[in-house]
Design a protein around this ligand. Structure first.
Ligand code: ADP
Ligand code: 5GP
Length: 187
């Protein structure tokens, strides 16, 4: 059976950048596409970055017990990992890589135990996080304020993860993530 690698971080810490780097490294990792009730941004497509659903469709999936975990990550914005998505990747013979919020990451780790490696990507500071979100320019000022407020709470979860990587210098953070994942997959 394939293994599971979980990446969590406060929004803007650089988790997607590091996950995309790992996906390019021939580790037989396949991205777990989450479901969300938020609207697509920019060029995002259904079935690529996310499975986009209306709030009602999302609630129906909760009622049908289709989620391994789900969270209302931001107000009225649900995100969740579909059981069928994880099964699809494992049936394909792949290792699963998750990009989920901090609470979701802890829930997936608790579910899979030693079959999963959980990695927390930590920003060097809250100010750095704010700068990155402003530079990324994908969120409104109000959304950035709510992401920063949540980040302060999420930072307190770092010690629950198997590995913590501070993403100050991106190249160093990528190298540390690659080593942690390679070591885990070869065990
Ligand atoms: P997340 O997925 O955690 O929300 P992203 O991967 O989208 O974060 O990164 C947030 C922004 O910060 C992006 O614009 C990314 O290019 C940038 N970034 C990532 N790592 C660093 C770093 N070490 N130093 C400066 N900017 C970074
Ligand atoms: P974004 O809107 O920037 O794509 O994602 C917002 C947050 O939701 C990120 O922290 C991302 O990791 C998290 N997220 C994405 N998919 C899931 C999921 O399936 N479950 C949980 N709990 N969080 C998710």
């Amino acid at each position: 059976m394939g293994k599971l690698v979980i990446f969590s971080a406060p929004s803007g810490a650089g988790k997607s950048t590091i996950v995309n780097y790992l996906l390019s490294q021939n580790l037989n990792l396949q991205f777990s596409i989450s479901a969300t009730s938020r609207l697509p941004r920019g060029t995002e497509q259904h079935g690529v970055e996310y499975y986009f659903h209306s709030p009602q469709e999302f609630v129906d999936k909760i009622a049908n017990d289709e989620f391994l975990e789900y969270e209302e990550v931001y107000k009225d914005c649900f995100y969740g990992t579909l059981k069928a998505e994880v099964q699809r990747i494992l049936d394909n013979g792949g290792n699963v890589i998750f990009d989920v919020d901090v609470v979701g990451g802890c829930n997936i780790k608790n579910h899979y135990g030693d079959k999963a490696l959980s990695v927390f990507i930590e920003p060097p500071s809250i100010d750095a996080l704010r700068n990155r979100l402003e530079k990324r320019a994908t969120d409104s000022p109000e959304v950035i304020v709510s992401r920063i407020a949540k980040a302060e709470f999420e930072m307190t979860f770092a010690s629950r993860f198997d590995v913590v990587i501070v993403n100050d210098n991106l190249e160093e953070a990528k190298a540390k993530a690659l080593k942690a994942v390679t070591d885990f997959l070869s065990k």
